[in-house]
Design a protein around this ligand. Structure first.
Ligand SMILES: *[C@@H]1O[C@H](CO)[C@@H](O)[C@H](O)[C@H]1NC(C)=O
Ligand SMILES: *[C@@H]1O[C@H](CO)[C@@H](O)[C@H](O)[C@H]1NC(C)=O
Ligand SMILES: *[C@@H]1O[C@H](CO)[C@@H](O)[C@H](O)[C@H]1NC(C)=O
Ligand SMILES: *[C@@H]1O[C@H](CO)[C@@H](O)[C@H](O)[C@H]1NC(C)=O
Ligand SMILES: *[C@@H]1O[C@H](CO)[C@@H](O)[C@H](O)[C@H]1NC(C)=O
Ligand SMILES: *[C@@H]1O[C@H](CO)[C@@H](O)[C@H](O)[C@H]1NC(C)=O
Ligand SMILES: *[C@@H]1O[C@H](CO)[C@@H](O)[C@H](O)[C@H]1NC(C)=O
Ligand SMILES: *[C@@H]1O[C@H](CO)[C@@H](O)[C@H](O)[C@H]1NC(C)=O
Length: 492
């Protein structure tokens, strides 16, 4: 009996699952089809629906790094190079739109490495005419010509959010955090970290960290571009073209220790720049550009207040809501107060607050807090202003208010606009009232017409048989009550 019952339950889907589990088991047991170490023209691959995290396509000679399809957010696919033992991605192709983990997505090599989708077309391509794809033992994905191993394209020239050891970071590159909000770029003699407080797609970026060269070992020569390299002996070095002596050294905890092949630096989704050291079993923090959490660009979120020791609270003294936010959604996204519907705001004033990166902000000198506040009030792109009574510096913020520092000094004052979000609600309410009145009027008219028709009909048919009075009152009352109910309903 049981056997018979089991048969119909054993669907083809179960068959497929079992087969794929068995075949992958067999493959791993037999050590069959190891990941290749180079791809030649004609290569093709498509995402395997049964893979839930990473599908290797190409491996380096040590097996430390692997290039393949990385599955993200359930159904999205990125082409990535990962550090195999930890599965941490060190590079990803910048594919727009994002590829889907499914049928129409395909990767092929025809001289160019191309990711395409039969519906959207080519999503990403190296636009090369190479002979092979190869992954170096330092995680550099390259397209090479076989004659003289000329490199036509390399992933090191297009970093994502990570730099690995000996990867050159030059002035034409940027590192961008995975959420798109923070980036690192080089200036003439410094590296800078920048935030897009107006959202990843809009607005100019605000610098929140500027690290200039200390020039302890070598001086900067004007006109020679600088570049950054993570050095195996534990530091982030700033160099100038043509010199092997660093103009600046940001040392890690592992400085001058033997850490070969084990360092990486990444710009994190919180805006910090961190260095990590691979111990052989896990990554440990080895460096961070911003060590005080309150100095991060938005450590406590929009309209947050950071007290040393990283106690987060809200500028308006409320504790954050359940979602940990101090501001309503319209205060967390880009925008200004210039439009007809978005110029409503209330004002929040606090004292004892300061910007975490005020030395990188523009300011104007003003005689009083009033001047500073009214300059912001009269400027619809201004979200708030900070004033120091001692120095007279007025800082105007052209982006939604981020986290401020709590300082013991009450002569440092803040003026902040808080969007009320009533614009849309008020319009909605008036529209609702209007519609309600209109509907109510229609119901009343329909009721009156109906009553008139009822009376006429009654007179016509029964008028001669029965007396009007008494019988007519019932329906009239009922109709009246009904139409009043309708009106009440509409106004709710
Ligand atoms: C490779 O494929 C891409 C996308 O289909 C195409 O644009 C390109 O011309 C092809 N390259 C060669 C050498 O055939
Ligand atoms: C990095 O720059 C140095 C010096 O300019 C150069 O010798 C080296 O080949 C570069 N490395 C890569 C991977 O491009
Ligand atoms: C670096 O210097 C070499 C020769 O000294 C030069 O060919 C190259 O263009 C320079 N690179 C940059 C980015 O200035
Ligand atoms: C660094 O490694 C080399 C060989 O890998 C070894 O000879 C040397 O003693 C090591 N130095 C330190 C400080 O661990
Ligand atoms: C890379 O692989 C080699 C050999 O498998 C191993 O000895 C080495 O520790 C690995 N390096 C890293 C950074 O994982
Ligand atoms: C916040 O609370 C403190 C004491 O609890 C009070 O001194 C301060 O004025 C309050 N600030 C605001 C903006 O309400
Ligand atoms: C308004 O403020 C922004 C920055 O907040 C500034 O760039 C702009 O010049 C100001 N406009 C006026 C008219 O002051
Ligand atoms: C700001 O400075 C003025 C004069 O310098 C002083 O009269 C005023 O009390 C100060 N305000 C605060 C809040 O410290």
């Amino acid at each position: 009996m049981n056997g018979i019952k089991l048969v119909p339950r054993f669907t083809s889907l179960n068959h497929l699952l079992l087969l794929s589990v068995l075949s992958s088991l067999c493959r791993s047991l037999a050590g069959e089809s190891p990941t290749p170490q180079e791809l030649r023209v004609g290569f093709k691959a498509a995402p395997d629906l049964s893979v839930s995290s990473f599908q290797p396509i190409l491996s380096d000679s040590t097996g430390n790094y692997s290039f393949g399809f990385l599955r993200a957010d359930g159904n999205q696919l990125t082409l990535s190079v990962i550090h195999a033992p930890s599965t941490v991605p060190v590079w990803s192709a910048d594919t727009t739109p994002l590829a889907r983990w499914g049928g129409p997505t395909e990767l092929f090599f025809n001289g160019s490495l191309v990711l395409s989708d039969s519906r959207a077309g080519v999503l990403w391509s190296t636009n090369t005419l190479g002979d092979r794809v190869w992954l170096s033992s330092t995680s550099n994905l390259q397209i090479q010509k076989l004659d003289g191993a000329v490199v036509l394209w390399q992933s090191f020239d297009f970093p994502t959010d990570t730099l690995v050891e000996n990867q050159n970071f030059t002035g034409s590159m940027s590192l961008v955090s995975s959420n798109g909000l923070y980036s690192m770029r080089l200036g003439a003699d410094y590296f800078g970290l920048y935030a897009k407080f107006m959202g990843s797609n809009s607005g100019p970026a605000q610098m929140y960290l500027k690290h200039g060269a200390l020039e302890a070992k070598a001086d900067i020569v004007d006109g020679h571009p600088i570049y950054l390299v993570v050095k195996p002996d534990g530091y982030l070095g700033m160099f100038q073209n043509g010199s092997t002596t660093p103009v600046d050294v940001e040392s890690f905890n592992s400085f001058q220790q033997n850490t070969s092949g084990n360092l990486r630096v990444r710009i994190e989704p919180d805006g910090n720049l961190k260095g990590y050291y691979w111990t052989g079993s896990n990554w440990v923090l080895d460096y961070q550009a911003i060590s005080d959490p309150c100095e991060l660009p938005s450590s406590c979120g929009s309209y947050g207040l950071c007290t040393p020791g990283k106690e987060c609270s809200c500028l308006d003294n409320r504790t954050a809501d359940e979602s940990g936010k101090c501001a309503s959604p319209e205060n967390q996204i880009s925008g200004d107060f210039c439009g007809a519907y978005n110029n409503r705001y209330k004002v929040l004033r606090t004292s004892g607050v300061e910007l975490p990166f005020k030395e990188l902000m523009m300011y104007q000198k003003m005689n009083s807090l009033n001047h500073c506040e009214s300059a912001c009030e009269q400027n619809c792109t201004c979200w708030g202003a900070l004033y120091s009574n001692y120095s007279g510096f007025c800082y105007m913020l052209a982006f939604p208010i981020q986290t401020l520092l709590a300082v013991g000094d009450d002569t440092k004052m803040g003026y902040f606009k808080v969007k009320e979000g009533v614009g849309k609600k008020a319009v909605g309410a008036w529209l609702g009232l209007g519609l309600g009145l209109l509907f109510g009027a229609i119901v009343i008219i329909a009721g009156v017409l109906g009553l008139a028709w009822y009376r006429m009909r009654k007179r016509g048919v029964k008028g001669y048989l029965e007396d009007d009075s008494g019988v007519g009152i019932g329906p009239y009352k009922d109709l009246g009550a009904a139409s009043f109910r309708s009106i009440e309903l509409c106004e709710k």
